[in-house]
Design a protein around this ligand. Structure first.
Ligand SMILES: [Zn+2]
Length: 265
């Protein structure tokens, strides 16, 4: 069965012709390969656009996970936008893997964390970054409404927290970001490692660099991070690269770095 035949069978079924169940199922599978047609069909049948996007996303999630964040935004803009509001797809995307390794010994969080303070001084997640530790937002089209709900939520000033695990190194990078004042965020970072983590006996540092529009970079803070020892820093609005650096005490040359992009608006 080719796509044209499949579409004819579906069209017949839609207007009331009897079609055998097996034939219809086959036609469905063949027609589904044509994303555009399938999206239109669902729309015509009154199925929500979001359902279609979730399906398309699920089909492409492996490929999209391999793509660097900027490329995904350019080449799969609609699905990138879908991730902004769909928690299910976002969990799926981050469930596949959190880190990408462009260079040896540097693991980069695969998309930046983007936060914005609204006019009520509450922090909103406006990017496609990893889902928060406790999910603060709801999936689907309610994404915009939920922030309105949040303005009425007495816990709306609760900090945002992430647990970014790295199974290979048996450790979790904990991040906590909350409001400091209208133009500043409080940033807290600590690590928790398992008993047999290879970085257990290394020196751990956290470093935040601010990236100016001109491309200039400068260190905003740098300090040691012990396990469970919290390192606070105050960050103004802007774009940052946060690095958590593990330096082996025996040979300083072999570091391991986790890199997180953070945009504060
Ligand atoms: Zn979705």
């Amino acid at each position: 069965m080719n796509t044209k035949e499949a579409k004819e069978i579906i069209a017949k079924f839609t207007i009331g012709y009897p079609v055998a169940k097996e034939t219809l199922e086959k036609a469905y599978d063949v027609a589904k390969m044509d994303n555009k047609y399938f999206g239109l069909l669902k729309k015509e049948l009154g199925l929500s656009d979001d359902v279609t996007r979730c399906e398309i996303f699920r089909e492409r999630v492996d490929e999209l996970s391999e793509m660097i964040h900027e490329k995904m935004k350019d080449e799969a803009t609609e699905l990138w936008n879908h991730l902004l509001s769909c928690l299910d797809c976002r969990k799926l995307y981050w469930g596949i893997g959190k880190w990408e390794e462009e260079k040896k010994d540097i693991k980069k969080l695969k998309a930046p964390i983007v936060l914005q303070m609204n006019k009520f001084g509450q922090i909103q997640d406006v990017g496609i970054g990893p889902p928060e530790k406790e999910f603060k937002f709801v999936a689907g089209a309610a994404a915009v409404a939920m922030y309105d709900i949040h303005t009425m939520d007495i816990n709306a000033d609760k900090p945002w927290e992430w647990e970014l695990e790295d199974e290979e190194f048996g450790c979790t990078i904990n991040l906590k970001i909350e409001k400091s004042d209208a133009e500043n965020y409080q940033f807290i970072c600590w690590l928790s490692c398992t008993e047999d983590s290879p970085i257990k006996n290394s020196e751990l540092l956290v470093e935040a660099r601010k990236i100016e529009e001109s491309g200039a970079k400068y260190i905003v803070f740098r300090g040691p991070v012990g396990q469970l020892q919290k390192v606070p820093g105050r960050l103004g609005l802007g774009f940052y690269i946060i690095q958590i650096i593990a330096e082996w005490l025996s040979k300083k040359s072999s570091n391991h770095v986790w890199e997180i992009s953070l945009e504060l608006k």
